[in-house]
Design a protein around this ligand. Structure first.
Ligand code: NDP
Length: 488
């Protein structure tokens, strides 16, 4: 526990900000992890001015990309070197199990290394001439990019935005979630120590409706990259639409996870459990709506219930823990509220639906892995994002029925299926309205594979080359090659 308030930095100046300081609580036992200073809209004005100056005057955007890459590699190297303390702090900040935190820190380093490598290999397009000129299209940065992140994957979600935005030559102002501000401040420190010129990355801990909103409407911000809930994304897109600036939106999901009767049911059951209970269900791509073919429905769901009884819910620092707590007390109440709603809607809670009874977990924000059935696809608990360890099970008849039910949602972030029939897998994958589809696996992600949502799950794609494009605008340049003056 510490009583000191951790300041943030705008350019060379350390600040305590004008807002009410933010206290990070360890979800494992409710103790205080730390307190950070909170920025306000006034700090946003200053941060944008510093970022604009850094963008225009620092050589960063004009550096050869391979030279820019050296700093990016160094940031990645330093994140890896600090892997252990960063993962520990991450655990205290977010309540995630330590091994998940190590994975997130590793991924943050990979993002910097990957975008450094893209800097080295990135090519512009030269078009075949159609006259006495030649033309090319170049990627240019936008200028000041606002990056706004949620609480469920700190440092990884931040690196997913900051690394490509810097690689593309932008300056970035990052506002992390008020629930998990600590790792973003660490990332800013590491970037400075790695030699990133001052002002190119500013982290502003603060509240969404104040600092986040001020960033989105600030005239100096030229692009917004947001990850979070669909309703917040809609507000941000509305403001950005008025301002005619581009947005990248990674939003919510309610992903269908499908088990066909011809699947390897042992692997499918393991995949379904990992797809819902990983990160205690606090994952945008969690497989929350389980569709099981009617012929195997009862057997498969009963098997899931049995296996769920063996999921080890425990403290984040216990290596045996398979599922940790939820991020906050308020969030646990929200999740419990959805389970109550499911009961009122006529759902049967087959497993969980309560807090664990283990006294060691009494002071943390734990909730049991929960399985519900008996609800129609139209029920609110089936349609709305619960963002907790709550699986709803529904039967389906055949391929056409599961495609129709799976797509009957406003979301379109991800989907998964288990089947032994690869031709069917291909057909269904093409019909599902989702940005990522997993076949005989679930929740795999790849740094170089595009990620984003269909429908109300988002706009634009992160990761891979798409990630670099998101933070670049295209400029075409024409060189005249004619000897004679141009005629009218
Ligand atoms: P929120 O939408 O509540 O918040 C996300 C971020 O936006 C936070 O930093 C928040 O600040 C900020 N914010 C809130 N209001 C505004 C505003 N008016 N203007 C600008 N910024 C604002 O999401 P959560 O943090 O609760 O995260 C959970 C959500 O994120 C889920 O819906 C989940 O599906 C989604 N998500 C999507 C992912 C994807 O890749 N598609 C990945 C991970 C999560 P503050 O913390 O102060 O409220």
């Amino acid at each position: 526990m510490t009583a000191t308030i951790r300041p943030f930095r705008i350019g060379a100046e350390w600040r305590v900000g004008g807002g009410k300081s933010i206290t990070s609580i360890y979800a494992g036992d409710g103790s205080v992890t730390g307190t950070v200073a909170c920025a306000t809209a006034r700090d946003v004005d200053d941060a944008v001015a510093v970022a604009e100056k850094a963008f225009r005057t620092a050589p960063w955007r004009k550096l050869r990309p391979d030279v820019r890459a050296t700093t990016m590699y160094e940031i990645g190297r330093r994140i890896t070197a600090e892997r252990v303390p960063l993962a520990h702090l991450q655990m205290l900040d977010s309540g995630k199990p330590l091994k998940e935190c190590q994975h997130m820190v590793d991924n943050a380093a990979y993002f910097f290394r990957y975008y450094a490598a893209l800097c080295e290999t990135w090519q512009n397009e030269v078009t075949s001439p159609r006259g006495e000129y030649f033309s090319m299209s170049l990627a240019e940065p936008y200028g000041v990019v606002a990056a706004i992140t949620p609480w469920n994957s700190p440092i990884m979600a931040e690196a997913q935005k900051v690394a490509p935005a810097l690689a593309a030559g932008n300056a970035v102002i990052l506002k992390p979630s008020e629930e998990t501000p600590m790792l973003a401040l660490e990332l800013a420190r590491i970037c400075t120590e790695a030699g990133l010129p001052e002002g190119l990355l500013t982290v502003l801990p603060g509240y969404g409706d104040d600092v986040g909103a001020a960033l989105v409407k600030h005239p100096g911000v030229r692009m917004v990259s947001f990850t979070g809930g669909t309703e917040t994304g809609r507000c941000i897109a509305t403001v950005a639409g008025e301002r005619l600036i581009p947005v990248g939106l990674e939003l919510g999901g309610k992903s269908p996870h499908i088990v066909f009767e011809d699947a390897d049911l042992d692997k499918a059951a393991a995949g379904v459990l990992s797809g819902i209970y990983g990160s205690a269900g606090q994952s945008c791509v969690a497989g929350t709506r389980l569709f099981v073919q009617k012929s195997i429905y009862r057997r498969f769901v009963d098997e899931l219930v049995e296996r769920t009884k063996t999921v080890r819910v425990g403290l984040p620092d216990d290596p045996q823990t398979q599922m940790g707590p939820l991020v906050s007390k308020a969030h646990r109440e929200r999740v419990a509220g959805y389970v109550d709603l499911a009961r009122q809607e006529g759902g049967r809670v087959l497993m969980g639906g309560d807090r664990p009874s283990d006294p060691k977990l009494a002071n943390g924000w734990f909730y049991l892995p929960t399985i519900i059935e008996g609800l129609p696809n139209s029920a609110r608990a089936v349609q709305e994002e619960i963002f907790g360890p709550v699986l709803v099970c529904l039967p389906f008849e055949d391929e056409a029925d599961v495609i129709a039910q799976g797509n009957d949602t406003v979301y379109g972030l991800a989907a998964g299926m288990w089947t032994g029939d690869y031709a069917k897998a291909w057909r269904v994958a093409r019909e599902l309205e989702a940005g990522s589809v997993w076949i005989n696996t679930y929740k795999q992600s790849h740094i170089a594979t595009a990620f984003g949502g269909f429908k109300e799950s988002g706009l634009g794609r992160e990761k891979g080359f798409h990630g670099l494009r998101l933070y670049s605008q295209v400029k075409s340049i024409f060189f005249g090659t004619h000897d004679k003056p141009m005629g009218l």
